[in-house]
Design a protein around this ligand. Structure first.
Ligand code: GLN
Ligand code: ZN
Length: 763
């Protein structure tokens, strides 16, 4: 028996983020388009070389910015505003990706001048963001296969068998937006003609298999969208290439019958997230079809338990024979490239991990064991088993005290002493704030000096005392500026924090950090998620000294500033040996100790940021409730152990609350600050309709832009807010933290904000 191995996609950013640096150099005008294209080419070649053991290697998964935007260009679906461009198509592509402001004296101003960027949104439940395809009733598709054909030609020069990867027509429509509210599905027949042409073009190149990604199949689909699937694949089945429809990130659930019976040659399913569906699916699968099983987790960084996987796979392989293909669960885009780059990671922890390159090696071991018996890979299996066993029993992972603490969780732990109304009056008496109190979200500009001091400290060029002194000087500077501005509730400015999750991860027991564990977030942007590997505990206070120092500089209330457990969890690589909820509760207990220590130190206002709470929502609405239950409970455990007099704030960097407002209310923070400035306060409607009972600070200053909001504009926004929320419960603040701004922008903006609050009070 011979089973087929393949991969759905490889990270394109490069093991050392080569693509990031090449893109940014090009955008800054420091290198040529030719240089950039050359970097792309060598990354593709390197990636194919790493995958050359596979039977089928993905081609077309490389994108300079985003694979969805690539697909839009392949389908000729360019927004009208960029259709007249005269330069290199790649430049036009970047215009859609990033937007571009018009430049004075430019030729071609009408056709090639400034344009707005395409909207960006989350790719399913990952931290990757794609450029949303734009449609109107008039959208015309037109094939441009240049990019794919070029990559295919390159691949032909390599000793690999290429499998082009494209996004499927139904997913493509489903993840896009009709700008005129027209029916996207009305575009399907026309779109299918272009897909037919594309598949023919690939067939003419001698392509045998095409991977056509339809992850929308793991979400809830109504009858119309299910029908679209049948329509689409009945048309595409006449193509000369074989289609492998790829689903990933979740269960097929109600779509299982539909997926199994699409008239295509093969189906890929995610056996990490939908393990229990595989055997029933095999029972439904027509006997001619290939089933590709995603057995290696493409979303985390842990070694696979290969023997356990084989125990499960062997009977399946027996049944499917050559119809069985093996792959990672999804594209490896969502994991870092190469664990071998990590030379500083503790060897014990490192031995438990696998990045993209190592995951493909695991795949190879599994395939060999299935094809030739486990004995053929005895050593590899033994090494893997030893690592898996070591992790399972490691004292680094398991802390009996933490586990015991988790046993004692009670609903009381997350319960404030009194209801909001009662505590609000106690807090008001203590804090003596004016109406429309002003505050900021936490960070002040991370200046070049701050970054330099951190760099020098890390490199051992300055000692701990010198670093502390530099940070204290920055804190003092922000406090003085805030006092001069006349803000009511101050912050220390977060100078000492590199990142709102990493800062806490570094001080918590149970976290590890990689050096090169970068994952693409969007375009050239990457994140390096910390690795939550063990039971979480807090050896000592993490923020108290800094906040105490900041408070000592002023008589105004100083906010204690913490990142909440749900955000810490959602922005980390987390354990796969216990439910996410358990890890989250552990973090919650650790941060709760910090909250109580801040309170003990005399801090009267404590903000707990939950910037990523919404991001963690499962793909299927039917699973939201379960997530929200433990997420909200984690926040409550963290925040609500304080006295009535202590005011708890939370902050969330978005404003879509319609569907989760009841959960937000259950968190029971005294004050929530959100991002609303760009939505003209309309997004406050959710709070209004629900009669959200506590205080709200709707952002009045778009911190993503260097523009300085005027006093009049802020007054106007707040008046709109006051139409929805009673003025006594409104705060005045920016949308988010100010760390990416310059002081020269921040000072006039905040000065206008404070002036606006005064105007509102006088009215
Ligand atoms: N307190 C953080 C800051 O001001 C919040 C950042 C965020 O919500 N993303 O930077
Ligand atoms: Zn924010």
């Amino acid at each position: 028996m011979m089973i087929t191995t393949h991969n759905l996609g490889f990270p394109r950013i490069g093991a050392k983020r080569e693509l990031k640096f090449a893109l940014e150099a090009y955008w800054k005008g420091q290198s040529s388009l030719e240089d950039l294209k050359q970097v792309g080419k060598s990354l593709r070649q390197g990636n194919w070389a790493l995958q050359s053991n596979l039977d089928l290697v993905p081609v077309g998964d490389f994108a300079f910015y985003d694979q969805v935007l690539d697909m839009s260009f392949t389908l000729g679906n360019l927004p009208a505003r960029v259709q007249d461009f005269h330069g290199d198509p790649l430049d036009n592509y970047f215009r859609v990706a990033r937007g571009r402001s018009a430049q004075a004296g430019e030729d071609h101003v009408q056709c090639c001048g400034g344009v707005a960027a395409g909207e960006m949104t989350k790719w399913f439940d990952t931290n990757y963001h794609y450029i949303v395809p734009e449609f109107t009733a008039k959208t015309q598709f037109k094939l441009d296969a240049t990019r794919l054909l070029e990559q295919l030609a390159e691949a032909k020069a390599q000793p690999i068998k290429a499998k082009p990867v494209i996004i499927g027509p139904v997913t493509y429509l489903a993840i896009g937006k009709a700008k005129d509210d027209s029916d996207r599905l009305a575009l399907l027949p026309q779109l299918l003609n272009v897909y037919t042409e594309l598949l023919e073009t690939l067939a003419a190149q001698g392509v045998e298999w095409v991977q056509i990604d339809e992850p929308i199949l793991v979400t809830e689909l109504d009858a119309q969208w299910q029908h679209a699937f049948n329509l689409a694949y009945h048309q595409l089945k006449s193509s000369r290439v074989k289609l492998l429809v790829a689903t990933y990130f979740g269960q097929l659930a109600d779509n299982q019958y539909l997926a199994a019976n699409l008239p295509v040659a093969g189906l890929h399913v995610d056996a990490i997230n939908a393990r229990s569906e595989i055997v029933p699916l095999i029972n439904q699968l027509p006997a001619h079809k290939v089933l590709s099983i995603g057995v290696i987790n493409g979303r985390n960084i842990w070694k696979t338990d290969l023997n356990a996987t084989l125990d499960w796979l062997e009977p399946i392989a027996e049944r499917l024979g050559e119809r069985l293909w093996l792959a990672p669960s999804c594209s490896l885009l969502h994991v870092p490239v190469d664990l071998d780059s990590e030379v500083k990671l503790e060897s014990e922890i490192k031995s438990w991990l696998a990045f993209a390159k190592q995951k493909l090696e695991e795949l190879q071991v599994l395939a060999t064991a299935l094809n030739h018996g486990r004995d053929a890979v005895k050593v590899a299996l033994a090494v893997n088993q030893a690592a898996v066993d070591a992790r399972r029993s490691s004292k680094r992972v398991h802390n009996p005290q933490v586990k015991a603490a988790l046993q004692t969780l009670t609903p009381q732990l997350g319960q404030r002493q009194s209801a909001y109304q009662h505590r609000a009056s106690k807090q008001a008496a203590l804090l003596q704030l004016p109406q429309y109190p002003t505050t900021t979200i936490g960070s002040f500009p991370q200046t070049a000096e701050i970054r330099q001091a951190r760099r020098q400290f890390k490199a051992g060029e300055i000692d701990h005392a010198a670093y502390q002194a530099a940070m204290k000087a920055e804190i003092e500077r922000s406090v003085r500026e805030q006092e001069a501005l006349g803000l009511d509730v101050l912050v220390h400015g977060e100078a000492e924090r590199n990142d709102m999750v990493e800062y806490f991860g570094e001080q918590l027991e149970g976290y590890a950090f990689s050096q090169f564990g970068w994952v693409q977030s969007y375009g050239s942007r990457c994140v390096k998620p910390p690795i939550l590997f063990g039971d979480i505990s807090r050896p000592k206070a993490m923020t108290v000294e800094w906040i105490k120092y900041a408070q000592s500089l002023t008589n105004k209330p100083m906010k204690g500033m913490l990142t909440g457990p749900v955000t810490i969890l959602n922005w980390s690589f987390v354990r796969d040996d216990q439910p996410r909820a358990v890890s989250c509760y552990q973090v919650a207990l650790a941060i709760r100790e910090e909250v109580l220590d801040l309170e003990k130190a005399g801090i009267r206002v404590i903000q707990i940021d939950e910037a990523a709470l919404r991001e963690g929502l499962p793909l299927r609405k039917s699973q939201w409730k379960e997530y929200l239950n433990w997420a909200v409970e984690s926040f409550r455990i963290t925040a609500n152990g304080v006295q009535d007099e202590t005011q708890i704030h939370t902050h969330m960097c978005y404003s879509e609350f319609n569907d989760i407002i009841a959960s937000i209310a259950e968190m029971d923070a005294d004050v929530i600050t959100i991002e609303t400035s760009r939505s003209d306060m309309e997004l406050l409607d959710a709070f209004d309709h629900f009669k959200y009972p506590n205080e709200i600070g709707p952002g009045v200053y778009d911190i993503h832009s260097p523009n300085i909001p005027t006093q009049a504009h802020i007054v106007q926004l707040m008046q709109k807010a006051a139409e929805r929320i009673p003025a006594e419960r409104l705060w005045v603040n920016p949308d988010c933290g100010l760390k990416t701004r310059q002081w020269t922008e921040v000072l006039p903006a905040l000065s206008n904000m404070v002036a606006a609050a005064k105007t509102l009070r006088a009215a």
